[in-house]
Design a protein around this ligand. Structure first.
Ligand code: MTE
Length: 318
């Protein structure tokens, strides 16, 4: 994700995707901690084995929304990430291992019958887990197809018991500058915040992912729970959620606060509506050399287009 207020580390879109184009000073420093780098892979595997929810996966697949192909290779989807709290390039996966995901508490508040807190494992015990294979389209024009496990967001909303006045749901990422070192950079409006309208949150396609590739979700992909709204640009899919609030006012999300002319609230995928600085007509699947056409609503139009028929006056696509 790039904003116009460019600093040394910001690249033009045409230079944004290939990782390893350059190393920032801090990446260079951490890359020099060779011991950590060399042992990173086994650490990831054992962290997932130790996860108390490991026995819940793999979950039974639900193919109601299709099973798009080809599936992105697990290694690519878990080593090419956007998680700005850990750094502004794509290779943050090693640093993200420092994130402690137990204990993990989610705070529910705002317009609800009664605010409450719930631990991730108590939440998992209440939710019927399933696997869904979804397309993911980043606004930067890379894409992937991955098997998420988790539950329909609707089940979570129902558990939260919002009042009739709630119109939007707002989700925030953990704030922990000691490990999420980019949170020390006050240029950004931390914590990462995203929101959905209530009818979007209640749509059956909207998913809360707690697993990936038949295992607990990787830290770099947003452990222990993240949003997946596959018809929207990837930046809507807030990672490592710690709070869920209901409100009657449309929230201003992280990227919208930074650059509202480029990143809007609705952010629905549309190949015909270019980003102000690049085309959205095609995308590059991770691991492929070929660009492919991008689909309206990222291929989910038949399920979600109806959500927007009465919102034509809104800036729905960026
Ligand atoms: N959530 C948080 N907290 N921080 C982020 O930087 N990046 C977003 C989204 N969620 C981001 C985030 C963007 S731009 C994308 S494309 C997806 O996460 C990337 O998800 P992935 O790394 O699992 O592919």
């Amino acid at each position: 994700m790039l904003i116009r207020r460019r600093r040394g580390w910001e690249l033009g879109e045409n230079r944004a995707t290939p990782e390893g184009l350059y190393l920032r000073r801090r990446e260079l420093v951490s890359a020099m901690g060779l011991g950590a780098a060399a042992f990173a892979l086994p650490v990831v595997a054992s962290a997932q084995d130790k996860d108390p929810s490991a026995r819940l996966y793999p979950a039974k697949r639900n193919d109601r929304y299709g099973v798009p192909t080809p599936m992105t290779d697990e290694k690519r989807a878990t080593t090419y990430n956007n998680f700005y709290e850990f750094g502004t390039d794509k290779s943050i996966w090693r640093d993200a291992q420092k994130l402690e995901v137990r204990p993990w508490t989610i705070k529910v508040g705002g317009m609800v019958e009664k605010p409450f807190e719930i631990g991730i494992d108590d939440l998992l015990a209440k939710m019927p887990l399933e696997e869904r294979v979804y397309r993911h389209r980043c606004v930067e024009t890379w894409s992937m197809i991955v098997p998420w496990s988790g539950f329909a967001m609707r089940s979570l909303v129902e558990l939260c018991k919002p009042t009739g006045s709630a119109k939007f749901v707002v989700m925030k990422t953990l704030s922990r500058p000691s490990v999420m070192r980019e949170q020390r950079d006050l240029l950004y409006p931390w914590p990462y915040t995203e929101g959905l309208a209530m009818d979007e949150a209640m749509h059956d396609l909207t998913f809360i992912a707690t697993g990936l590739y038949g295992k607990p979700i990787h830290k770099q992909n947003g452990a222990p729970l993240r949003l997946v709204a596959p018809w929207k640009y990837g930046f809507k899919n807030v990672k490592s959620i710690v709070s869920i609030d209901f409100t009657d006012k449309r929230p201003v999300s992280f990227w919208e606060k930074l650059q509202s002319s480029e990143y809007g609230f609705w952010a629905n995928v549309n190949p015909q509506v270019p980003h102000p600085r690049w085309s959205q007509a095609t995308e590059k699947p991770l691991g492929s050399d070929q660009r492919i056409p991008t689909l309206l609503y990222n291929g989910y139009a038949e399920f979600v287009a109806g959500l927007y028929t009465d919102r034509k006056a809104e800036k729905l696509f960026m």
